[in-house]
Design a protein around this ligand. Structure first.
Ligand code: FRU
Length: 523
């Protein structure tokens, strides 16, 4: 059953391939693995990407090429804990349904394959392909375990690999590494993109407490350009997984450069998180325009996210790893570990003289919505509650509009008395998610040490709420992604009951609970 679903998913993709027979053979091999896996294990996400089995962390090499979105990821194929890193690989033609591919990059004599990015070298600047068949090039970090164990500081270098068959097979460059280590212990996670204005490749690379920028004409030789970040932004931990891109403001004429930097530890609710900087990049130097620290997501489980290169609609589509290094190795799953966030479209909004990045699930998610139930104008009266039972609640989208900034709390429960709380507290001016009483929490103490809060600067009269619940995650979007929290949850059994409470002034409109279909088809 699963197999037929994969073939269906792939049949669309195969249209783009001229060597269909060869392709199908390869896919058959990849499918052998899938047939053993039900995708219905306890906590298995039903509409978020997770690896078939074993360990996954960061998304890598997000790139679109010839009708296919590629998702590579940090992967240890032998165990459900972090280990020698490979690049796992999956493909999609809509960012919704995913097909698994064989491992793309294996460790070699230069080291394990840590995080990085991928580009389509349209002008064949690298010479790896031709103008007729431009190469895909992956740029990643080599991590040499022997060097680390020996106490050296130069064990992380940057390497490249290329594919001439649309990402199916990869060949490492014979003169790797392309950037040697200047004696910096944390020196990794290259994000490369083509910079149109200066007609060159630009790389953002993290170096402990700052980002280094490089340029290149051919992806093989890199020149150092500048540093950014010492003394700027949050510095509670090491900087990881940078990304640099432009966003046009949705409500002004401006276009800004946005630099994402993940940081671990030091996130607002503990452990791993992603901050961003708004500013300007002139092909050489990044300059930030604000002093405050801005966070992409106030939940505990959105880390190391990057955006797609070569996105066909010119959208900025982001995927993050839905976990946190505080407890990533301890979460209660057995066959696989970790999932990705929903793909989110990033946009820029101006509030007064400040800019903020918004992140909203891509529209295509709508394809998965199965049934809809409207409850027009529900008014929550005087601290009273209303309750609904839904067997599909744990795989659903809950959405409504609240009239104004008043107290509201959504409580999701089950017969085991687990309770997940999401709310807005107007006195403290925060939104929150509380998973402290939601099932399994004891596997690591910081997982449910406290309620997670997110500061709000809401002046709008209306507040829109969208909540995406999957079997082991909750994503909370307020005001079209202006405020976002992403958390893993492990209830003892599926959440089936929802209650909403508020104060007498709170009005709720357009309340909906919609079932979200599984992308893994047969259960
Ligand atoms: C971020 C990270 C990266 C590194 C990778 C190793 O989660 O620590 O900095 O490249 O994971 O798996």
């Amino acid at each position: 059953m699963i197999r037929s679903m994969f073939l269906l998913t792939f049949s669309g993709l195969l249209l783009y391939s001229c060597t269909e027979k060869k392709e199908i053979k390869k896919l058959d091999k990849a499918l052998e693995v899938n047939e053993r896996i039900s995708y219905n294990e306890s906590y298995r996400p039903q509409y978020h990407f997770s690896p078939t089995e074993k360990w996954m962390n960061d998304p890598n090499g997000l790139v679109y090429h010839k009708g296919v979105y590629h998702l590579f990821y940090q992967h240890y194929p032998e165990d459900i804990v972090w280990g020698p890193m490979h690049w796992g690989h999956a493909i999609s033609n809509d960012l919704i349904s995913w097909g698994h591919k064989p491992i793309a990059l294996y460790p070699d004599k230069h080291g394990l394959i840590f995080s990085g990015s991928a580009v389509v070298d349209k002008k064949n600047s690298s010479g790896f392909g031709s103008l007729e068949n431009p190469p895909m090039v992956a740029i990643f970090t080599y991590h040499l375990m022997e060097g680390e164990k020996a106490g050296r500081t130069d064990f992380q270098t940057q390497g490249i690999a290329y594919s001439l068959d649309n990402g199916n097979t990869w060949k490492k460059y014979e003169n790797n590494p392309v950037i040697g280590n200047p004696g910096i212990k944390d020196f990794r996670d290259p994000k490369v993109f083509w910079h149109e204005e200066s007609n060159q490749w630009i790389m953002a690379l993290v170096a402990g407490d700052h980002v280094k920028f490089y340029n290149s004409e051919n992806l093989k030789e890199w020149n150092y350009l500048s540093d950014f970040g010492k003394g700027k932004g949050a510095h509670g931990g090491v900087w990881e997984c940078p990304d640099l891109f432009t966003l046009k403001s949705e409500n002004s004429d401006d276009e800004k450069w946005v630099l994402l930097v993940s940081i671990n530890p030091g996130a607002p609710n503990g452990g791993s998180g992603t901050q961003y900087f708004i500013g300007d990049f002139d092909g050489k130097t990044f300059r930030v325009e604000h002093d405050d620290v801005k966070w992409l997501d106030y939940g505990m489980d959105n880390y190391a996210g990057i955006t797609y290169n070569n996105e066909p609609n010119n959208d900025r589509v982001f995927i993050g790893w839905m976990s946190n290094w505080n407890y990533a190795r301890n979460t209660p799953t057995e066959v696989w570990r970790s999932a990705m966030t929903l793909p989110r479209k990033l946009t820029l909004t101006k509030e007064g003289s400040d800019y903020y990045v918004k992140g909203n699930p891509i529209e295509a998610i709508g394809q998965l919505i199965e049934k809809s139930e409207d409850n027009e104008i529900m008014r929550v009266a005087n601290e009273s509650k209303w309750i609904l039972e839904k067997d599909f609640l744990n795989e659903s989208k809950i959405s409504f509009t609240a009239d104004s900034l008043h107290h509201i709390e959504i409580q999701l429960t089950n017969n085991s008395n687990d309770a997940l709380l999401l709310g807005i507290d107007p006195e403290k001016n925060v939104a929150y998610i509380d998973r402290t009483k939601c099932g399994k929490t004891g596997f690591e103490k910081s997982f449910a040490a406290a309620r997670h809060v997110m500061p709000l600067k809401i002046r709008d009269s209306e507040i829109s709420i969208e909540i995406y619940l999957d079997r082991s995650s909750v994503e909370f979007f307020i005001n079209n992604g202006r405020y976002v929290m992403t958390n893993q949850i492990f209830p003892n059994e599926p959440l089936t009951s929802i209650s909403v409470s508020g104060d007498q002034k709170q009005g709720i409109r357009n309340f909906k609970i919609e079932q979200i279909k599984s992308i893994w088809n047969e259960k």
